[in-house]
Design a protein around this ligand. Structure first.
Ligand code: DQA
Length: 142
């Protein structure tokens, strides 16, 4: 699970849009769901594009899939898209807010075209749905 820029401030960051749960609480919920699904989730957050690129490279050989909320890098980062394409790991893109209901610059995702799919608009539940979707996809394809 890769959390991108500004998501470390969840809980205090624009709660009307992103909700009141902190990143730690979201990670805890993911951990609980992972136990139910009998999968392991490794979580990390960075505000730095290159650190996220490195984490995607590091996933190769260690992890079976990627769950990512790239935050604003969703809409700007060809580097993150290329990194995901390079490692070729099944990837699910998630967003707390419905990016299509918001400003036009959020309507485009560089990651969506190379992801299995995208879940957007369900608040913290987007992460749970994303983990379920990725697990379902991996089990179906083994
Ligand atoms: C976000 C949506 C992005 O547009 C924004 O830049 C974020 C959070 C979301 O989870 O709704 O940082 O990815």
């Amino acid at each position: 699970m890769l959390h991108g820029p500004n998501l470390n401030l969840l809980g205090q960051r624009e709660p009307g849009i992103y909700g009141s749960l902190t990143l730690i609480e979201i990670n805890r919920q993911l951990e609980t769901e992972a136990q139910k699904l009998a999968v392991k989730v490794f979580t990390m957050q960075s505000n730095h594009e290159g650190v996220l690129v490195d984490a995607i490279h590091d996933a190769l050989g260690k992890h079976q899939g990627i769950l990512i909320n790239a935050g604003a890098y969703t809409h700007t980062s060809i580097a993150l898209r290329d990194a995901i394409a390079a490692v070729n790991l099944p990837t699910v893109e998630v967003h707390l807010s419905n990016i299509y209901k918001r400003e036009e610059f959020r309507h485009h995702s560089y990651i969506a075209p190379i992801a299995i799919g995208q879940i957007s608009g369900f608040g913290a539940q987007s992460y749970i749905l994303g983990l379920q979707a990725l697990t379902f996809y991996l089990r179906k394809n083994i």
